[in-house]
Write a protein that binds this ligand. Structure first.
Ligand SMILES: [Mg+2]
Length: 197
């Protein structure tokens, strides 16, 4: 997929950027963005507990729900998992995260999780070894209803406007990486479980 073919629009909220504070180096000099779910943290425990997804037929659904006690994947069920704050780190991602920190990169996390999940998310990240990030950006009220591509592109644009030089970006979804204001280098982590446009 070519970046230029991704359908995206810039919302009117972008016009309020002059209110953002511009920062100066060295904080902004070299920045690396990480997605969280299925990039830094693995939610495989949640998927395992819910039968790895929606059953493929009504018979399967009935069987899984009644006989196996498995619930379907729902936003409510996922939120209940997030609040627990028990998602493990991907060992390779933690090594990469720490290596980038050691090289002097400013780390910013940009996630599709909602702002009201900040405290649980921060606690989970710290518990499994992540530390020293510059910012954790979550979906605020103004971001509700936006596609992941649009939301994340807007947030990257705001960072660039503030002076951050986005050298790298790592995520498990193309919507973490494509759109506008893309990083100099983008790295796609495989995710066989789901796709977010
Ligand atoms: Mg993700």
């Amino acid at each position: 997929m070519e970046i230029s073919t991704v359908p995206i629009t810039m919302s009117s909220s972008i016009m309020r950027w002059p209110s953002l504070k511009r920062l100066s180096s060295p904080v902004t000099a070299r920045t690396w963005i990480f997605d969280i779910d299925e990039t830094l943290l693995t939610n495989i425990g949640y998927y395992r507990a819910h039968g790895y997804g929606v059953p493929i037929s009504s018979v399967d659904f009935y069987f899984s729900l009644v006989y196996l006690g498995l619930n379907r994947l729902t936003p409510k069920a996922f939120n209940e998992w997030v609040v627990q704050g028990t998602a493990p780190a991907f060992a390779a991602s933690l090594r990469m995260y720490n290596a980038l920190k050691k090289l002097g990169f400013t780390i910013i996390m940009l996630t599709g999780r909602d702002e009201d999940q900040r405290s649980f998310t921060e606690a989970n990240l710290r518990d499994v070894g992540y530390s020293g990030w510059e910012r954790l950006i979550l979906r605020g009220l103004d971001d509700q209803g936006k596609s992941a591509t649009n939301y994340k592109s807007e947030q990257r644009s705001k960072l660039i406007y503030q002076g951050f030089k986005i050298h790298g970006n790592t995520g498990d979804q193309w919507s973490d990486l494509l759109g506008f204001a893309v990083a100099d280098r983008s790295f796609k982590v495989p995710n066989p479980m789901y796709y977010i446009p």
